[in-house]
Design a protein around this ligand. Structure first.
Ligand code: ATP
Ligand code: MG
Length: 569
């Protein structure tokens, strides 16, 4: 490919609104252009990268036995009403009306549509198992679209859906997809981790996420130092403390804490460790106020809390609600002496505390030396409602947990019969009896992968692609392409030879100054670069530099093509 016939549009500075490095680099390298919030154009250079990702995903899905199809992006409301998700999916779903005032949505996901295909097409156990997939544009009206294509509203997903005669066969295919995903992310050249996950709005039983490891990742992952246990912190169990509650040694006392409304401030004022304080969080569910207790140095895990009986779903109480139902303003509330209508739920670690500090339910005061059973009733419910932290024992009993951050690029689910039962997708078994189909579903964030790869590979000059994702493998940088007939001849020859060998080569024939040319090629991250100049040619040499080499090295002109081909083999 000749740069003059392609389209490269790099920027010196990223637009100010881009916060994340990958977003800045994608804009600067001209891979994407913003159209509106969460809406991006894939420019020719970016599209080459996206297509490479798609290609590897497609090859591995095919090799794993899945069959490609393409479902409509626009979906009739009736299917979602049947599954019960039309109302529960929420504002993430872009609902639209056609000219006949009929309701549709722009598909945020495709369980309903594929289940409709399955119930029409699958008659007999003989047609099973089946795994259909597509690579397609989805729309989700995200609350906070950000970080460019990392969390866009319109994005490209590979979604697959499998159908089975039994749970056992679903488990087999789930494992098959798990392995295919591991191959895909390995082939893409990414550092990744598969972690146990919460099934979220998609539903079902078992689920794993695949995360590209990067400090900028939105998700926290807990993994064991001594086993292969790894889980999203949303899900990772915080095991109960081994030591049982110590006996009370202090008297309960009310102490003035004016202006100190956080556990941090109160602990500092009282010269007590943060782990001795209890944080009370007021939440509402169906007009009932619940008080959730976590240790001062711990954090509430909202995903875990939302699974408790009576709390599905919940929201944080407003200041007004807190004052009306507890009689005290937020910042000083605590479990001792709350009205009976307030249900107190304690994290396991809190339940094991004695002599703790908490709000006195009186503005400007806290209580110290508080003990369950003596100063207040035992909590109505004890549950795991906090985030696991580094140093916690691993839930599998092996080693302790460490934390790292990840970008979710894949998610697989055992849906079981959630959709097939609701939408009556059945088949006839060997005995001629009608049975409900077992289902799995498997997603990959194709466009997000491009951003995730850049989070993992970059330096001050720009992008460092994993080889399989690079938009071009080799760049030819001629010095004085228009001026020197010799340089032009050699550059053209090398270009044609590499291209004929099927290598994606970019000949930078724009006749830019060398500084500009090198800066562009480094910014867009071409892994291999050769520089051709008159001076070197006189000695029969050209210069080679990989994207990560500190300086160039000379290679013999007559060996150059062979050398470059072997680098790309
Ligand atoms: P997230 O937790 O990041 O919002 P999700 O769990 O809602 O994602 P899934 O329903 O599991 O997403 O979708 C499958 C994959 O699609 C995700 O693993 C992710 O890689 C990708 N994806 C989801 N939402 C977006 C988005 N807004 N922009 C880009 N990719 C996305
Ligand atoms: Mg997910």
């Amino acid at each position: 490919m000749r740069a003059s016939q392609f389209f490269i549009s790099t920027l010196k500075e990223a637009p100010a609104e881009a916060e994340l490095l990958s977003h800045k680099l994608m804009l600067r390298a001209g891979l994407i252009k913003k159209l509106g919030s969460g809406l991006y154009t894939w420019m020719p250079l970016g599209l080459r990268v996206l297509r490479r990702v798609e290609h590897i995903v497609r090859e591995e899905m095919n090799a794993a036995g899945a069959v490609e199809l393409l479902l409509p992006a626009v979906q009739p409301a009736e299917l979602w009403q049947e599954s019960g998700r039309w109302d529960v999916f929420g504002p993430q779903m872009l609902k639209i009306k056609d000219r006949h005032e009929r309701d549709f949505c722009f598909g945020p996901t495709h369980e309903e549509v594929i289940t409709d295909i399955a119930r029409r097409e699958i008659r007999s156990y003989r047609q099973l198992p089946l795994n259909f997939y597509q690579i397609q544009t989805k729309f989700r009206d995200e609350i906070r679209p950000r970080f460019g294509v990392m969390r866009a509203r319109e994005f490209v997903m590979k979604d697959a859906y499998s159908f089975h005669v039994s749970f056992q066969d679903l488990e087999r295919e789930y494992r098959n997809m798990y392995d295919a995903y591991a191959r895909i992310f390995t082939r893409l050249g990414l550092k990744f981790l598969a972690v146990a996950a919460d099934p979220g709005a998609i539903g079902g039983t078992g689920s794993h996420e695949f995360h590209v490891l990067a400090d900028a990742g939105e998700d926290a992952i807990a993994y064991s130092s001594a086993s292969d246990y790894a889980a999203n912190v949303e899900l990772a169990e915080a095991v109960a403390p081994v030591e049982s509650r110590a006996a009370a040694t202090k008297k309960m006392e009310k102490v003035p804490t004016p202006g100190k409304t956080t556990c941090e401030d109160v602990s500092a004022l009282l010269h007590l460790p943060l782990s001795q304080s209890v944080k009370a969080l007021a939440v509402m569910s169906e007009d009932r106020l619940f008080m959730l207790l976590v240790r001062g140095d711990h954090q509430l895990n909202e995903v875990k809390a939302a699974k408790l009986p009576g709390l599905d779903p919940f929201r944080f109480a407003t200041d007004k609600e807190i004052e009306a139902r507890i009689g005290c303003r937020p910042g000083y509330i605590g479990p001792a002496g709350v009205p009976a209508a307030v249900m107190v739920i304690a994290d396991r670690s809190v339940a094991a505390m004695s002599d703790f500090v908490c709000g006195a339910n009186e503005a400007g005061f806290h209580l110290t030396g508080v003990n369950f059973g003596r100063d207040l009733p035992e909590p109505a419910l004890i549950a795991d409602i906090r985030n696991a932290i580094a140093g916690d024992p691993s839930p599998d009993g092996k080693g302790t947990l460490e934390l790292c951050r990840g970008i979710e690029v894949g998610h697989i689910f055992q849906l079981r019969t959630k959709y097939s039962a609701a939408m009556k997708a059945t088949f006839l078994d060997e005995g001629g009896k009608s049975q409900v189909l077992e289902m799995g579903c498997y997603g990959i964030g194709v466009s997000r992968i491009v951003a995730a790869a850049i989070e993992q590979g970059n330096d001050e000059k720009g992008i460092i692609w994993p080889l399989p994702m690079a938009p071009f493998r080799i760049a030819i940088a001629p010095i004085g392409y228009r001026k020197s007939a010799e340089v032009r001849k050699i550059a053209d020859q090398l270009h044609d030879e590499l291209q004929a060998a099927g290598i994606d080569v970019l000949l930078d024939d724009r006749d830019e100054r060398p500084g500009v040319m090198f800066a562009d090629l480094e910014l867009i991250g071409v892994p291999h670069r050769v520089t051709i100049g008159e001076r070197g040619l006189k000695e029969g040499k050209i210069e080679y530099q990989s994207r990560t080499d500190a300086s160039p090295s000379a290679i013999e002109l007559d060996k150059a093509a062979g050398h470059l081909k072997s680098l790309c083999a």
